[in-house]
Ligand binder design. Structure first.
Ligand code: 13P
Ligand code: SF4
Length: 317
């Protein structure tokens, strides 16, 4: 058997041999994040997928992320080390659902979170991620009706921050983030009254977090609703003694590496995405050896989805 160091050296050697860049999401296992060329949030990884020089992208993440990379860079080979790595949120809506919903609101602009299949994206006008969702909404004229899909908590969050009331929200959820609920949050905040709080907008507790601020239980400046990339930037400069993290627990690896004087603790330590964790050290090695599993998107679907995804990568910092 290989040591961790030998494994990493072999992964790097095989990546060079294949002219491959390894991209990893912030929820990946620590050893995968550490061996990757780039680790980041959905928007940063999409932008990299669109611009990197390498002819192959090995996507350490879930299926919709690899599809998005392929849509943005159709000439590149995109590999997903475990093709069964799905997403419970992407599973909450189909392309037929979007067509039927649009038929009920023919003048609406359809905004889709990037956590959707390529077939769903093909039926939408513009995609967004958690880091640019509000900017994407602001790019749409105020008098236009908007259909936002598929995440109800992110939808409620963008309605709140943009102040628009003509946004209809699909009632999907991610099982991991929905499980970080208001009761769990209130319990943790009561036990750690001086801690800062970073909350991903997909969380069931995102509304409760703002309620804690509104009711005066927690000062405004201590609560931030952020994408995973936003959490990392905030962590780099915080002077807080402790920060409570409401998102998938894989995020803690980057946060702890970025700032060793602050203590980062999960709001819910059981908030683990088993899809993200399907990409193991062994799977990555076999994917690089065999060139598997190649993710493709049929060209008609990709062409329709590309407009929406390209608008997504252009908007927001
Ligand atoms: P971000 O990294 O863009 O915040 O996405 C979170 C997520 O749930 C991805 O599956
Ligand atoms: Fe999907 Fe949730 Fe897992 Fe992200 S954490 S990949 S939204 S199931």
């Amino acid at each position: 058997t290989m040591t961790r160091h030998e494994w990493a050296a072999e992964v790097r050697r095989l990546a060079r041999e294949r002219d491959a860049v390894i991209l990893a999401h912030n929820y990946q296992r620590p050893e995968i994040q550490d061996v990757a060329d780039h680790t980041g949030d959905s928007l940063a990884l999409s932008r990299l997928a669109a611009t990197v020089e390498a002819s192959t992208i090995v996507f350490c993440g879930v299926h919709f992320m690899a599809e998005t990379a392929k849509i943005l860079s159709p000439e590149k080979t995109v590999l997903l080390p475990e093709p069964e790595a799905g997403c419970s949120l992407a599973d909450t809506i189909t392309a037929d659902d979007v067509r039927a919903w649009r038929a009920e609101h023919p003048d609406a602009v359809v905004v889709a979170y990037v956590n959707t299949t390529a077939a769903v994206k093909a039926e939408t006008d513009i995609c967004c991620t958690s880091s640019n969702a509000a900017d994407v909404i602001r790019s749409i004229p105020e008098d236009r009706e908007i259909l936002f899909l598929p995440d109800q908590f992110l939808g409620a969050h963008v309605k709140r921050v943009t102040g628009r009331d003509n946004i209809h929200v699909w009632m999907g959820e991610c099982h991991v983030h929905a499980g970080i609920d208001g009761a769990t949050l209130r319990e943790r905040v009561a036990a750690e009254p001086d801690a800062e709080l970073y909350v991903h907008p997909e969380c069931g507790c995102a509304t409760s977090a703002l309620y804690l601020v509104g009711s005066g239980a927690v000062p405004q400046e201590r609560v931030k609703v952020l994408s995973t990339g936003g959490m990392l930037s905030a962590a780099e400069s915080t002077t807080a003694g402790k920060v409570l993290i409401a998102t998938e627990t894989g995020m803690l690896h980057q946060l702890r590496a970025a700032n060793s004087t602050t203590v980062f603790e999960p709001v819910n330590p059981r908030a683990e995405c088993h899809y993200m964790k399907m990409i193991t050290a062994d799977k990555l090695l076999s994917a690089l050896r065999a060139g598997t599993t190649e993710i493709t998107v049929d060209e008609a679907t990709a062409a329709k989805a590309r407009r929406s995804v390209e608008r997504m990568v252009e908007i927001g910092s």
